[in-house]
Design a binder for this molecule. Structure first.
Ligand code: ATP
Length: 258
């Protein structure tokens, strides 16, 4: 689809195109397209740019992932469609494992995602087929299957775009869960240890940058960032930002003149 370079919604439309392409390739579930719509709505409210509360959460997330013994990046269809190369690069920088983990799990889709990630440079992709032989307690159906070499033994898990039940279950297993979710009110956002309220297409590249920067810092610097981090405050800041923005907009001239 041709989108003119000066189209005011160009970036958003290009992201949509990536998801539609991902859907056609068998990476994205139909439900994933709807989930993206919910995210887009919150991105509109946030202002479609990375805000200070997201930067703070990204710094804490990177500190946590660099300090982790077994960091794992959990990948679903939408994440694979939107930022495949960036996920591989982040995993490489962090020395983290990549695991496919799907809400709507089918063998075809997990294999398609693993293949897609390998085409983008991934050496190893966990959680495919028999590799997902362990189970997360308290979760039912296919969603509880994880890799014994990945999420099962992970101490820190990055879950870009997760659902509330899984986030809760992973927290109950004692793991540090880092979520990327545009909706600061979702159960995922509220159940995670660290919530990055930002679009995955902006958050992951910034995480790569911060990882390169933080790798050069002493361990005590990273520990200090984590100690001072308060996720409730970050979620409050996100809501305050949306609130202030809406207040300002509701007092301005909204009509487009011709
Ligand atoms: P929960 O179970 O956590 O309450 P939910 O039912 O609201 O979640 P899901 O349908 O499981 O939501 O997943 C969609 C979530 O992912 C939404 O909260 C949405 O804001 C978020 N989301 C969708 N696309 C993106 C994106 N590109 N970047 C960041 N977050 C996104």
């Amino acid at each position: 689809m041709f989108i003119p370079p000066n189209h005011p919604r160009r970036t958003s439309l290009l992201i949509r195109e990536k998801l539609v392409e991902g859907f056609k390739k068998g990476l994205v579930a139909p439900e994933g397209l709807i989930a993206h719509g919910r995210g887009e709505c919150f991105d509109y409210l946030i202002g479609e740019s990375t805000q200070p509360f997201a930067v703070k959460a990204i710094e804490a997330a990177v500190a946590g992932l660099l300090l982790a013994k077994h960091p794992v990046i959990s990948v679903n269809g939408n994440t694979a469609a939107l930022v495949p190369g960036e996920i591989v690069e982040l995993a490489r920088e962090l020395n983290a494992k990549i695991e496919v983990n799907l809400f709507y799990r089918t063998r075809e889709r997990e294999e398609a995602i693993a293949k897609w990630l390998r085409e983008h440079g991934a050496q190893e992709v966990l959680g495919v087929g028999e590799d997902a032989s362990a189970t997360i307690p308290e979760l039912f159906s296919e969603r509880r299957r994880v890799s014994p070499r990945g999420i099962l033994i992970a101490d820190v898990v990055l879950v870009p775009l997760e659902d509330g039940d899984r986030t809760e279950a992973l927290r109950k297993m004692g793991k540090t869960v880092i979520a990327i979710d545009l909706n600061p009110l979702s159960r995922t956002a509220r159940a995670a240890s660290i919530t990055i309220v930002d679009n995955v297409v902006r958050a992951i590249p910034l995480m790569i940058e911060k990882t390169r920067e933080f790798k050069l810092k002493p361990k005590s610097y990273l520990e200090e960032i984590l100690r001072n981090y308060d996720n409730n405050k970050i979620l409050q800041e996100a809501l305050t930002h949306i609130n202030e923005r809406l207040k300002q907009l509701s007092n301005s001239n909204l009509v487009i003149q011709f």
